[in-house]
Structure formats: structure tokens, C-alpha cells
Ligand binder design. Structure first.
Ligand code: FES
Length: 282
């Protein structure tokens, strides 16, 4: 990155990207042809092709971008603009496992920040850095629309729900030791390069992978179940401070939503009842 910036700032022309070895080039060309044929316009294939070249080197190199530009008849500037916009494309080599800790608002308050700090100390790396053995790249990630399972950690885009600093530490230890880890939901875990090939649109041929990859988790489905009458709204479990929890259904319970789902709340902790905090001196 530093090198590229200095070339630009000095106004020096950039050297052509190194070429792929002939065997790699022939293989990628055949794959690219298959991907491009899925779209009415070839340029629409850019995103999957960036995943394809990422599956070759583990990141989107200058060689990969030049390849995409050539087969899609785009400029390298157009390809670079897209590759640098999306965070799922790496711009430099990283680990076999991309460990992303969600530190967006909900995950952060539910423990995401603590998980990230623990992993940073445990692995001895910072954000977007890779362990010396090349196994794990650690990064902050943005909301992955899995807030109902917060705090969430993702490894190569597979979900590990409701994590704690301890469970996340065990997770990275297992990855580094080569032990099998199972995502909470979805397909079995594979390497970063293998994941990139699946994201390029090539079938996941591992036994059972497709069957395991579908379906939302129970916390995401509770609203739908309530709306269909397949679940019963729960009695109120949170009361104003000092008021005993009521067994009466909530007011407006006919308007069901996921907020009516049974929840663990602070009302279950007698030392920290819910409700407005008492004024000092009351
Ligand atoms: S805030 Fe973490 S998944 Fe939404």
C-alpha cells in the first residue's frame, strides 16, 4: 500500500501487473467464461470474478485485477474502484481464517468490544493484521444482520453466534491448532480461498454442505411464528422498578412482533431490576 501511494505521489508510471503462470491463467479463463455466461452483460460478472481471483491468491492482487479487466473489457481503474470499495475483497495476503468480530452498536454493547480486545491480546495482532503462522487475520466487522444473535463473530463469513471472550478465544485456538470447528449455523467451515470460490458462484461440493447452509435461526423466526399463531405471546417479564412482574399479557399483545418473544432481561436479575433509575436520595 505504501509503495503504491509513493508511486502515485511521485507521478511515476505503475509497472504492468505480473502475469499468472500459464496453467493458472488457462484455468481461470475457463472459470471466468462460465461465470460471464450467467449474465446478459459481461461487466455484471465483475463481483464474482473478483471472488474468483481472490480464491487463487487469497486476495485481489494487481494481477487479479488486470485479469478481470481484460476478460471483462473494463479498465483497470474501473476494476480497482470496485475491488477497493467492498470490504470482502482483501487487498493483501491474509490468514487462512478471516476472524471478524462485530463491533457495531448492538454487538458492541453485548460484548463485541470485549471479545475484540481479548482476541487482540491473545493473538498479538491488531485490526486487519495476521498472526505470524499465517492462520488468522483479525478484523472489526460491521453489522452482519445477525443482531438477534449478538455478539457475533464470523470466520470466513460463517456465523458463530452469542460469543463470549472465552468462547472466541477457544475458537481461534482451535483454528490455529487445526481442530474442527462448527459454525453455529450454516455450512461447515472451509478455508478463505475455498470460501472465495464458493462466493464466485461455484457449487460447494462438500457432502452435506448445501443442506446445512439454509434456514434462519430461532431468534430470527420468532416474530413470524407469533404472527402465524404458532407461538404464544409471553407474559410481561419486565416491570417498572419496584413493581412485581405481571402474569397479564402485555397491553397491545394482539399486535405481535419479535419484541414479544421470551427474553432474558435484567428483570431476571434481582440486584438490577429494570425500569427508570431512582433519583439520588429517594
Ligand atoms: S450489530 Fe452485530 S450483527 Fe448487527
Amino acid at each position: 500500500m505504501t509503495e503504491a501511494r509513493s508511486e502515485v505521489s511521485l507521478g511515476m508510471p505503475q509497472l504492468p501487473a505480473p502475469a499468472y503462470p500459464a496453467e493458472v491463467r488457462a484455468r481461470l479463463e475457463a472459470d471466468a467464461k462460465e461465470v460471464i455466461a450467467r449474465y446478459p452483460g459481461s461487466r455484471s460478472a465483475l463481483l464474482p470474478l473478483l471472488h474468483l481471483v481472490q480464491s487463487e491468491e487469497g486476495y485481489v492482487s494487481r494481477t487479479g485485477m488486470a485479469f478481470c479487466a481484460e476478460v471483462l473489457d473494463l479498465t483497470t481503474a474501473e476494476v480497482t474502484a470496485v475491488a477497493t470499495f467492498y470490504t470482502m475483497y482483501r487487498r493483501r495476503a491474509g490468514g487462512d481464517y478471516q476472524v471478524g468480530v462485530c463491533t457495531n452498536t448492538l454487538c458492541a454493547v453485548m460484548g463485541g468490544d470485549a471479545i475484540f480486545d481479548r482476541l487482540k491480546d491473545h493473538l498479538g495482532v491488531g485490526n486487519d493484521e495476521t498472526t505470524e503462522d499465517g492462520k488468522v487475520t483479525l478484523e472489526h466487522i460491521e453489522c452482519n444482520a445477525a443482531c438477534d444473535f449478538a455478539p457475533v463473530v464470523m470466520v470466513n463469513w460463517e456465523f458463530f453466534d452469542n460469543q463470549t471472550p472465552e468462547s472466541a478465544t477457544q475458537l481461534v485456538d482451535d483454528l490455529i491448532a487445526g481442530r474442527t470447528v462448527e459454525p453455529t449455523r450454516g455450512a461447515p467451515l472451509c478455508s478463505y480461498k475455498e470460501t472465495a470460490r464458493i462466493l464466485a458462484g461455484f457449487p460447494d461440493e462438500r457432502p452435506g454442505a448445501v443442506a446445512a447452509s439454509g434456514g434462519a435461526g430461532p431468534a430470527s423466526l420468532i416474530g413470524l411464528k407469533l404472527a402465524k399463531g404458532e407461538a404464544t405471546p409471553q407474559p410481561r417479564v419486565v416491570g417498572p422498578r419496584g413493581e412485581a412482574p405481571s402474569d397479564e399479557p402485555q397491553k397491545g399483545a394482539e399486535h405481535l412482533s419479535s419484541h414479544d418473544a421470551p427474553q432474558q432481561t435484567s428483570a431476571s436479575d434481582p440486584d438490577h431490576p429494570a425500569g427508570p433509575a431512582a433519583e439520588e436520595g429517594e
